[in-house]
Ligand binder design. Structure first.
Ligand code: F3S
Length: 419
């Protein structure tokens, strides 16, 4: 690739010869439109050049969220010959693409949701067979340290930046599609070294015991941090210890939900923290002594859950194993749904975990996210979840009352159903 330094006519973005040809429409209308979006975003955020990305992760998959207009937009792009240029994965849909009837989805809604997936398939997402999930990094799609990405799902962005040390901003829906079509994004934000230093030191004087506790910690810190980069000190988490990745997955998801955190560091755990000097000279300090407010701020005390939801972000096999251990020998009185990626579900079935959970009355659903599903239409007026992000989205985006508790409390709720 030759960098000519020649700026785009209406911008100061330096484009390569190949990129200039794409802007001129030499690779077709879809690529030209994608370049217009990528260049416009780069310009807005002050980038001076575009950078190649190793992979893209697209959000805006739920038909409940994008509606008929969004589906038309995707179909039109697919009709124009839009095809992804780099490995690209999809965020969850509203429903399990196979078991949606069992979940209670209306066939008309299901047909539209399937049409959204079909449009992405035609664009070559997931090599034509997309696996909708917010945890692509659990499926072997593990980015490399310092690799540039264009990912859209906020929890996956936080994980990729923080736990892996890859580099991505949080792309918007159309921006991520455009990045996939040209394999480029603007060099701004978290792609730049100077923006990856921590601007908030978080002294943790409490010991999170569970994955949900890490979620609660993320909720507390995210609310204060906003878009700053937190640096956690005092956590007893060890890299490589059981559930360390799940704990950081929960922490990052919550930080990105109650705040807009795209990157965090944990002393002696995350890769850039190992390298030292990640704390900016000018920083604020936050001291956390109690996780209770994290649970309380995301709980509607009067809510009477009709559904218990686990798997936000999508559950790993270890988390599904924990649920199977907790429900063994019990009988659920409320529906207990675990959401995960389809390959993870397949392994859980093969290992007998799904059968154990189903024997207790629970269900494992692939592809789906309940925060972007028409939960009320499914008959659930309130939901309990072990995820701060899940509770935040249910309450603030879906308008569904929620309770946030530990995995044990969630299982207890499903078993006792308020009795
Ligand atoms: Fe994933 Fe949905 Fe939670 S996209 S992170 S399961 S809100």
């Amino acid at each position: 690739m030759t960098q000519t330094g020649k700026p785009h006519p209406q911008t100061r973005i330096a484009l390569t010869v190949e990129e200039q040809a794409w802007v001129a429409g030499e690779a077709g209308h879809a690529v030209r439109r994608a370049m217009e979006i990528v260049v416009a975003l780069a310009q807005i955020y002050g980038a001076e050049r575009l950078i190649p990305v190793a992979s893209v992760q697209i959000s805006g998959v739920s038909y409940r969220n994008i509606g008929a207009a969004g589906l038309d937009f995707l179909r039109q792009w697919a009709d124009e010959g839009a095809r992804v240029r780099v490995p690209t994965t999809l965020n969850p849909a509203a429903m399990d693409l196979e078991a949606w009837r069992e979940q209670g989805f209306d066939p008309a809604f299901a047909a539209q949701q399937q049409a959204v997936i079909a449009a992405f398939s035609r664009m070559g997402v997931g090599e034509g067979s997309p696996i909708p999930t917010c945890t692509p990094y659990l499926l072997g799609n593990i980015p490399r340290f310092s690799e540039s990405l264009a990912w859209a799902e906020s929890s996956a962005v936080a994980y990729a930046n923080s736990v892996i040390g890859a580099r991505t901003n949080r792309e918007g829906g159309p921006g991520a599609i455009a990045a996939a079509l040209v394999g480029r994004t603007g060099a701004y934000g978290l792609h730049l070294e100077e923006n990856r230093r921590a601007t908030m030191r978080v002294e943790v004087h409490v010991s999170p015991q569970t994955i949900s506790d890490y979620s609660a910690l993320g909720a507390v810190v995210g609310k204060v941090a906003g878009a700053r980069v937190p640096y956690f000190e005092g956590l007893s988490l060890e890299r490589g210890a059981p559930l360390w990745e799940e704990s950081l997955k929960a922490l990052g998801a919550a930080l990105a939900a109650t705040g807009a955190v795209g990157l965090f560091h944990v002393a002696e755990v995350t890769p850039e923290a190992f390298a030292g000097r990640v704390l900016a000279q000018e920083h604020e300090t936050l001291v956390v002594t109690d996780l209770t407010p994290g649970y309380a701020m995301l709980t509607d005390a009067a809510a009477r859950p009709a559904l218990v939801w686990i798997g936000c972000p999508h559950a790993s096999l270890a988390e599904i194993t924990m649920v199977a251990d907790l429900v063994r020998g019990k009988r659920m009185r409320l529906p207990l749904w675990i959401t995960c990626a389809r390959p993870v579900k397949a392994i859980a079935i093969a290992q007998g975990l799904a059968a154990e959970i189903e024997a207790a009355g629970g269900r494992l659903y692939a592809d789906a996210c309940m925060a972007i599903a028409p939960v009320r239409d499914l008959g659930f007026a309130a939901v309990m979840t072990s995820s701060a992000k899940g509770a935040y989205y249910l309450r603030n985006l879906a308008g569904v009352p929620a309770r946030f508790g530990t995995l044990e409390e969630c299982v207890d709720m499903a078993v006792t159903a308020w009795n």
